[in-house]
Design a protein around this ligand. Structure first.
Ligand code: FAD
Length: 308
């Protein structure tokens, strides 16, 4: 059983989960239920997003404090610099450091006027995420992850410009990039080749978005510059009145994407959970995985039946 246990605990890839800070008591209850459930997968780390302009500072801080204080999960806090002076950022970093944060996902954030509108750095602030990464490194010995855009950021003129920004973030101390969500693995592979050719060696972790609602997803994708292949429509066609079938198809699609990326050599995945566990669970189950803790229990049963 000892042998089986180590096998069970060894997943073929690393996992991380992203949550957002709850905006109401109901959403808060849902977040903690989700965290309890997904903790069973033993992710490498979890992260909590941070509203651009500091709009969610209090709930992000509260969520991160509880994750660090009351769960065994390694926890990263997202941090944005839009609309903030360097001093503001330093003060926020102090507050997060005080609750035990050692890992930041450092982002520029979107301007208050929305995605795509011209970004104006705060006169006393960091001009982009690369400058924020350098500033964070000056403030402490933090682990720093950053964003990456396999289909380029909407503001980037081309992929080369986008990869140049990633390179600057890495040169300034970022050691992991989490990608914007995407559905076309060929585009990701092309991007990854370009990134490696630019001399960037840090892990580029695909961000996987299970599709809770295709209509909403399309709207969101168009703001982010993510292409939505036509085959997604085909897969969900006719399932408008069947939430259970839609959930099954969504899990199949996410699992197929992960399995295909694994075949292409990817061994680390960041899942956008939307603070809901079921779709993440079924996606990972589709891949033939089960929660390590459950495996250990069934191992124990196996050991009992083997000696009986
Ligand atoms: P940067 O890395 O600074 O820039 C992104 C790209 O835009 C660069 O590649 C660069 O080429 C281009 N660019 C930047 N400035 C210019 C310019 N002046 N002219 C032309 N091109 C330019 N947002 C939040 O508010 N909170 C979050 O918690 C959050 N989490 C995220 C997590 C992940 C994994 C990802 C992928 C995104 C997240 N975002 C979050 C969204 C992010 O804040 C936006 O995409 C924002 O527009 C860019 O931030 P960045 O850190 O990626 O910027």
């Amino acid at each position: 059983a000892g042998h089986l246990q180590t096998q069970a605990l060894k997943r073929p890839f690393k996992l991380s989960f992203e949550f957002f800070p709850p905006k109401s008591e109901d959403m808060e209850a849902q977040l903690w239920e989700t965290v309890d459930d997904l903790a069973g997968w033993e992710p490498e780390f979890v992260s909590v997003t941070y509203g651009a302009g500091g709009t969610t500072k209090a709930p992000t801080l509260a969520a991160v404090r509880r994750l660090i204080g009351q769960t065994p999960l390694a926890t990263a806090s997202h941090l944005t610099c839009v609309g903030a002076t360097r001093e503001d950022v330093a003060n926020v970093v102090e507050e997060f450091r005080a609750v035990g944060v050692k890992h930041f996902v450092a982002l520029r954030g979107d301007p208050p006027t929305g995605v795509g509108s011209a970004y104006q750095p705060h006169p006393g602030g960091y001009e982009n995420a690369a400058a924020l990464v350098a500033g964070l490194k000056d403030l402490g010995d933090f682990e720093i992850s950053v964003s990456a855009y396999p289909e380029k950021h909407p503001e980037s003129a081309d992929l080369a410009m986008d990869i140049d920004m990633l390179k600057r973030k890495v040169d300034n101390g970022a050691t992991r990039a989490l990608t914007q969500f995407f559905f076309d693995n060929d585009l990701f592979e092309h991007y990854l080749n370009r990134v490696r050719a630019a001399g960037i060696t840090i892990p580029i972790v695909p961000g996987i978005m299970p599709i809770l609602n295709l209509t909403q997803l399309k709207r969101f994708a168009s703001m982010c510059g993510t292409s939505v292949p036509a085959w997604l429509d085909d897969r969900f066609a006719g399932l408008e009145d069947s939430p259970a079938d839609r959930a099954r198809v969504a899990a199949e699609i996410a699992a197929e994407q992960i399995a295909d990326l694994q075949r292409r050599g990817v061994d680390e995945f960041h899942l956008y959970t939307m603070n809901r566990a079921p779709l993440v669970n079924t996606t990972l189950q589709q891949l033939g995985l089960s929660k390590p803790k459950l495996m250990v229990e069934s191992d124990a049963q196996l050991a009992v039946s083997a000696t009986a």
